[in-house]
Design a protein around this ligand. Sequence first.
Ligand SMILES: [Zn+2]
Length: 557
Amino acid sequence: MRVIKYVTGFIAFIAISAAANAENHSEDKAGRPKLVIAVSVDQFSSDLFSEYRSTFTGGLKRLASGAVFPSGYQGHAATETCPGHATIMTGVHPGRAGIIANNWIDLGVKRDDKTIYCAEDERIEGTSFGSITAATQGDYVASAWHLLVPTLGERLKTLSPDSRNMAVAGKDRSALMMGGNTPDMIFWWRGEGFETKQGGLMLPALAKFNADLKTMLARPRAPMAVPAHCEARNRAIPLGTENAVGTYRFQRPENGARIFRASPDFDAAILALAAKMVQDERLGTFEFTDVLNIGLSATDYVGHAFGTGGVEMCINLSELDKNLGQFFDVLDEMGRDYLVVLTADHGGHDLPERLQQQGAPKAQRVDAKLNAKDIGVQVKQALSLTGEDPVLYADSPFGDYYVSLALDADTRARVKAEAIKQIRNHPQVHAVFDGADLAAMPMPQGPVQEWTMKERARASFHPDRSGDFIVLLKKSVTPIATAMRGYVATHGSPWEYDRRVPILFWRNGMSHFEQPLAVQTVDIAPTLATIIGLDVPQGEFDGRCLDIDGGVEDSCQ
Ligand SMILES: [Zn+2]
């Protein structure tokens, strides 16, 4: 019996009896892997990958010894978690997948709350997403019903119904967008433990897993050690009068479940649960290929709470590398034949206060007046409109803006034109695109790094869900007007720091190569589909198969 300690001195998450589990299964005759593992590291930009690559010694080093595409692209403009996860296992752009943003507005929905969360089912009466801040989050039913296309695991089950399609993630939207509408098992973190979707199948061991986690979180946690390569980043960046980031080492008080998400322990727990799923459900031990989708969310929470340039991100990536390494070691001990792809749902950008000190003097926070409410008031004044009701709606300063449906057609057109004019004049705005123009465009083709801003916006545009117009901010404008505890930096822009993510494929025995030319996250599903023998009709993917063989053989044949 070998006990795997995921977090040193912390808790033994898994006890694996290697002998009992290392089933002797020879490779599939067609060379297909028995288990496909798709890992999304939330907010893991190409910039972070290249900055830290030389420090990796564990799981990320292993993956970087396979087929490496350092310039993968989430090509679309709305570089948020939900659209990003929706591209990875569907092979289509978010506009086609129907996942245009994390949240959008539906002024036609019956309920009072017009904000739609990408991974909720708003058709269920009495439910509400509430606010985007977790503290006031409403009672919604998590669902992938907005996802209009099948995921790879779902496609696989049409070929081999006995294949399993599983998902586990820190966020419900990550698990749902990778797993799809009909996963066999799906888990995500909510408040005090991992839970499944309404009516979802439970893992028998989950109750004990959650109980162990709860016990662990009740105890205080000592600060993590600072690795030598992180020392230079260990420097406080003041934010306002009483707040600072840059030196936090993930210590927690007793009952610190609330801040556990923004720490490397979170991903350790997700990986421990993933390993448990592989073990208990015997994934990768039967005749057909199984798919396990894993959404590692800690890097995103760390990025939002502390930025990408401090000691926090440095420690986090060091721990992620270690935890992924242990996860793969466990799979090896179980004797599984698995193919891994690791990528990210979007990149990220550091907080302006540190960027300004580090060679990016123009980095700034968005003007607090740039929002639908304030612009709407100005539009009403300019057009001499009366009445109390807002004329404009949006969930954030950038992205989708909607014109009130309570206005007559002529007034709606005038409001839209005036709002576009005013927002275009704002010094922090790069471009505003009329939704009607985007709807008339085809999905962009050609080299993704050369797409125009309009093409990027088109890739995350869906005519029935997207705004009446789309606002893109200038480079290095952080769309958080005032830094708050837990939310100082973000992503979501059409700029390279948010679009570029690594794409790494690894399987035991695979030869290493590196392809610096740009590829896309929508290429992942077609690449995996060919390898596992799935025949997908022409035109159903927006991406293309990548030959990851590295030699004269072609994995796309
Ligand atoms: Zn994300």
